[in-house]
Design a protein around this ligand. Sequence first.
Ligand code: NAD
Ligand code: GLY
Length: 362
Amino acid sequence: MQTLTVALGDRSYPIHIGGGLLTQPGLILPHLKIPQAAIVTNTTVGPLYLERVQNILLQNGIKVLPIVLPDGEAYKNSESLKQIYDALLTHRMERKATLIALGGGVIGDLTGFAAATYLRGVPFIQIPTTLLAQVDSSVGGKTGINHPLGKNMIGAFYQPQLVLADTDTLNTLPDRELSAGLAEVIKYGLIRDLPFLAWLEANMDKLLARDPAALAYAIHRSCQNKADVVAADERESGNRALLNLGHTFGHAIEAGMGYGAWLHGEAVGTGMIMAAELSHRLGWLSDADVARARALILKAGLPALAPDLGFDKYLDLMGLDKKVEAGKIRFVLLKALGHAVLSADVPTEALKETIAASVAHG
Ligand code: NAD
Ligand code: GLY
């Protein structure tokens, strides 16, 4: 097991990464303030891992309330949130009870927001079971739900007490979901870690074959990058926004196609190719740089072409991005591979050309 720390003063917390962690009671129990916990999961992850986590708690005298939600991005909404509140209130879960998120980013974001708001805030633990959640969403305290008008539009910054990334859970993850997680892994290389980008180029085959050592290394390195960024800018007043490379285009794809049609990681992967294209049009990346980024993203099994929503729809959807300031869309772009910047200074023509060059014409 490897352990990292997200350094946030008295709200600092550990990220444990390794195999077999779900069955180690010593990792979770010290973080529970009273012997009460609710485990939030879904209809896919529940049958695979709920019993394991639940048993460890029950065997140690913890009262456990399982809450099983329907599976899917389409359920990351106020209805699911209400379902969590209803269960917590019905079972009189107290203010010191812990909410445990067992699942991917959808469950993690939902549970975190429920924890931030139930009784004005209860402790929570992240047990991420997708690659995407282990390298990104479980770390850093962004929690929330989607709104029909925009992705992740309602939420709160609220840090967990602990992140427990059991890499064994990735053995049951579908290939498409593994690729989606690799998009966020590649993101760290593109925005701030060029040596990691080179490592990913050399090791992508191993990652796709789920080589345990390669996966553990990629998760650790990704979490280290994320922990460093979050520790320096927890509430995104500056550089944390760079973690959104590909997300302005990606969120437009997700919302425009209907939540769940494109996986979040797929939309981010294609969005990063679009961001690289746009950076090239602004004179920052060379042809070879764009080709290098595209090749790695495609090698990870992610889609090459964006859906043809039409320029106006892209613009409309991107205008709802949380990074918009004074009505201007701010894009995360690449000055060079491994060096991301935030820019509001994007000529409409360059944006139009980028979208036209990136879409699949039906
Ligand atoms: P997800 O939570 O929908 O999980 C993907 C699928 O895999 C689901 O069907 C899930 O049930 C299934 N699954 C989960 N673990 C499994 C396992 N071990 N074996 C088999 N199946 C398993 O999607 P995701 O990619 O994990 O997360 C995407 C979400 O995360 C999006 O809503 C995105 O906005 C959010 N996100 C949040 C942050 C953040 O900082 N909070 C960062 C990135 C993404
Ligand atoms: N996934 C972007 C962030 O956590 O800031």
